[in-house]
Design a protein around this ligand. Structure first.
Ligand code: NAP
Length: 475
């Protein structure tokens, strides 16, 4: 049996206990791979490797570190098809979306390879003629990273790119559902010949690996993308050693269609935002607010488009909507739809498991949704769009902000004044105005409120991996 392994200190490593597990394709339930299942000891060894590698990696010039990342960027693009195929096999995303993810993931490496060269310090005028004040930036140290399954490659490079560019070393725990994507990327890391221990991969028990990353004092920073629930545990666990944390957590994005919007464009945007990755996206539309005067027209345009979406195995080129990732995800969607209908929502389309069986759920639109329904406050993570109506700008801003989350928000309008008023009043870290896909390497991605701490991407992203040191020189 070919067992896929972890990557620790530059060596492919089986779990010390010999334990393995099987990764299943959510579209077919077939076994994609058998993978080593590690725990505390393997994590401790990976941390030791990252710790040993840190001084020499940190002392390379930014240009030298950058050259490794650029080589990895080139290799990723050469391997785009294979990486995309692995994403689709492991988590079900349509292959065309998976290709887009790999391209974006590679861009995070290139962007940070450049940003690493621009980690500037400061010279600050002193109030004493015989003193000079200097501020320098230095890498935090070995980093522990935990990522989810929904963007298994781009979440990896969005963390590893800035960490390595800044001079930190890296220990990654991928999601149990998508280890093969990380393993393939680490094969490319091996080909690039990064120094041993700079990047390490541990797979297995999330609580054991997570605990070791938290308890081991050699890890100086925890970076996490995933649910708010797990994020809170990690923040708590980081307190013992006062580790730095970055948290990219859940979302509950409002998507607002004002009466002056281009309704065709807004409907296209809603489809991309809601049904990309079958709705399993942290920034995806969770609540669709439509102004009363255009409700009927907009619902009719949107319903027609949603009915035309093609569902199937993501590996087929024409598929637009793949399966949900597992049974729990399917049941959560079913629960939210049933709960909403029971409490008075009207089904415009969908509302059932697909007749192709397995983990497929129909793209669903619910109208007349209200605050008493579970879907209004709980993240859906599935292909269901609940529609709410509103009359005024003030009313919809209030409703949109009525959530513990604050990751992304969208609105469609042609009114210039409204773009400024509304974007400034929405309590969200990312705002898309007439733009349903705002994510880009150049901009800081991250949330307010319980959607997280810190930013990834932009020139801000690398700051998360740097310490600021103030040096006072008297002469
Ligand atoms: P999750 O259950 O929080 O899992 C995310 C990662 O945390 C996985 O690697 C998981 O490992 C690990 N994990 C689980 N329990 C842990 C523990 N006790 N200690 C340490 N690690 C632990 O989230 P998910 O269901 O995979 O992902 C969906 C969530 O991620 C959604 O809420 C979504 O909004 C959010 N998300 C946010 C962003 C963003 O940028 N803000 C981006 C993508 C997704 P196992 O796989 O082994 O369980």
């Amino acid at each position: 049996m070919d067992v896929k392994k972890m990557f620790i200190n530059g060596e492919w490593t089986e779990s010390f206990s010999g334990k393995t597990y099987e990764v299943l394709n959510p579209a077919t339930n077939e076994v994609v791979a058998t993978v080593a299942y590690g725990s505390t000891e393997e994590t401790a060894q990976a941390i030791k490797a990252a710790s040993n590698a840190f001084p020499s990696w940190a002392s390379l010039t930014a240009k030298e570190r950058s050259s490794y990342l650029i080589k990895l960027y080139d290799l990723m693009l050469k391997e785009k098809e294979e990486l995309a195929r692995l994403i689709t096999l492991e988590m079900g995303k349509p292959i065309r979306e998976a290709r887009g993810e790999v391209e974006l993931a590679a861009e995070y490496l290139l962007w940070n390879a450049e940003e690493g060269k621009r980690v500037y310090g400061e010279n600050i005028p002193s109030s004493s003629p015989s003193k000079r004040i200097q501020v320098i930036k230095q890498p935090i140290g070995p980093v522990g990273a935990i990522i989810p399954w929904n963007f298994p490659i781009s979440m990896l490079t969005r963390k590893m790119g800035p960490a390595l560019a800044a001079g930190c070393t890296f220990v990654l725990k991928p999601a149990s559902k998508t280890p093969g994507c990380a393993i393939r990327l680490f094969e490319l890391i091996e080909q690039v010949k990064f120094p041993k221990g700079v990047a390490n991969l541990v797979i297995g028990s999330s609580s054991d690996i997570g605990n070791e990353l938290l308890k081991n004092p050699a890890i100086k920073k925890i970076t996490f993308t995933g649910s708010t629930q797990v994020g809170k545990k990690l923040i708590e666990g980081s307190a013992e050693h006062v580790k730095k944390v970055s948290m990219e957590l859940g979302g509950h994005a409002p998507f607002i269609v004002f009466e002056d919007a281009d309704l065709e464009e807004a409907a296209e945007g809603a489809i991309i935002s809601k049904f990309r990755n079958s709705g399993q996206t942290c920034i995806c539309l969770n609540r669709l607010f439509v102004q009363q005067s255009v409700k009927e027209k907009f619902e009719s345009i949107l319903t027609k488009k949603v009915k035309a979406l093609k569902i199937g195995n993501g590996i087929e080129e024409s598929t637009e909507l793949g399966p949900l990732v597992d049974k729990a995800a399917l049941e959560k969607v079913e629960f939210q739809v049933e709960d909403a209908i029971k409490k008075g929502a009207q089904l415009l389309t969908g509302g059932n498991r697909c007749d192709i069986g397995g983990l497929f759920y129909e793209p669903t639109l619910l109208s007349n949704v209200n605050k008493n329904m579970d879907i209004t406050y709980e993240e859906t993570f599935g292909p269901v769009a609940p529609i709410y109506v509103f009359d005024s700008e003030e009313e919809v801003i209030h409703a949109a902000n009525d959530t513990e989350y604050g990751l992304a928000a969208y609105f469609f309008t042609k009114d210039l004044g409204r773009t400024i008023r509304v974007s400034e009043k929405l309590d969200y870290g990312i705002i898309g105005i007439n733009d349903a896909v705002p994510t880009t390497v150049q901009a800081p991605f991250g949330g307010l409120k319980q959607s997280g701490l810190g930013r990834e991407g932009g020139h801000q992203g690398i700051e998360e991996y740097l310490e600021t040191k103030f040096i006072s020189i008297k002469f």
